[in-house]
Design a protein around this ligand. Sequence first.
Ligand code: AMP
Ligand code: ZN
Length: 174
Amino acid sequence: MNDPAKSTLTFVAAGRVALGLRRVAKQLESFAVREARLPSERFSATVRMTLQRAPHRSDELADDCIFCKIANKELPADIVFEDDELIAFNDISPQAPTHVLVVPKIHIPTVNDLGDDDAERMGRLVLCAQALAEARGIDGDGYRLILNCNEGGGQTVFHIHLHLLGGRQMRALG
Ligand code: AMP
Ligand code: ZN
């Protein structure tokens, strides 16, 4: 015989188990999303493959590139820093009291052309901008670093460069 009190209890218990399972599933799902967003060695296989097969490019100075010509001293620029790998100069059309371009000396057209080998080079680009910001006394107030990629990203000179902008309040993005 069916005891109505007993079947109600069974029904409630089953409901609780289902709720519990749904909660666990949700937690696993959000954990998976967080995992997928973690950088470094947890790069997804696809990202890792992309990094490894970054397009091959010439390390020669590109013939028609103004930033290669500046790096090669064929064109003048207001140079503020230089070493074997990098050159930094004031932007010809400054958008802020400090507007410096930090440029690798080898010709890399866009961010899309970067590969594993460039990790240290790009890190040095950022550290160079950081040092310049400190030297100009804008590090405390803050500054903006920008890398534009391709036309859609606003890139007009196709030799990678990091914009260092500071000395005025930047508008928030978006
Ligand atoms: P992007 O739009 O990110 O490609 O930035 C290119 C930047 O290069 C612009 O801010 C220009 O004002 C700057 N620029 C172009 N030609 C020169 C030059 N000969 N010397 C210094 N800056 C330049
Ligand atoms: Zn170039």
